[in-house]
Design a protein around this ligand. Sequence first.
Ligand SMILES: Cc1cc2nc3c(=O)[nH]c(=O)nc-3n(C[C@H](O)[C@H](O)[C@H](O)COP(=O)(O)O)c2cc1C
Length: 180
Amino acid sequence: MNAIFERCSVRNFLPKQVEREKIERILRAAFQAPSAHNRQPWEFLVITGREDREAVAAMSPWAKMCASAAAVIACCADLKKGDPDYGKNPAAGAGEDAFWVQDLSAAMENALLQITGEGLGGVWLGWYPDKGRVRSFSEKFALPSHIVPLGLIALGYPAGEARPKDRFDPARVHWESWEA
Ligand SMILES: Cc1cc2nc3c(=O)[nH]c(=O)nc-3n(C[C@H](O)[C@H](O)[C@H](O)COP(=O)(O)O)c2cc1C
């Protein structure tokens, strides 16, 4: 699958809209991800408006490119779907021992690969578990309390060429036993 080896983070975008069909295929790819017990605890908020993107860009020092991206997709977990113990133990942080982080991460990677396949560029922006970023985003977009923005993807048509590096390191692959 070439998209895996062609994908790399793209942070510079052309001032050009991304067609809705492309965004829908990116979302379809995200929905195809594996998830624990097939719970599919994801919800996606697609943000294209300039003022909203600029507001998101101001929420993290590492998210400035949202201002110039064509779209930002907030990849959110529904804790009611992703955490079988949601709400049962008020002493535990909601969802902290559940698989939803992995479920959403798989969905995000699928989305990034589809972005590459569409000839677009994108970058994963870490949101959860940074409490400040989660709070700012949740307040701005009025997310219900059981919805957690795990990560954002800024995407658009790439400006310039970003090339992936080969990172394979056989010394870090252990066949059959650690010493091998
Ligand atoms: C959990 C996670 C959080 C990340 N957060 C950010 C971020 O806030 N801003 C950013 O520009 N890149 C972010 N990245 C992208 C990484 O910097 C990037 O994937 C890494 O440098 C490897 O480069 P590549 O994606 O081009 O292979 C994040 C990636 C992951 C997986």
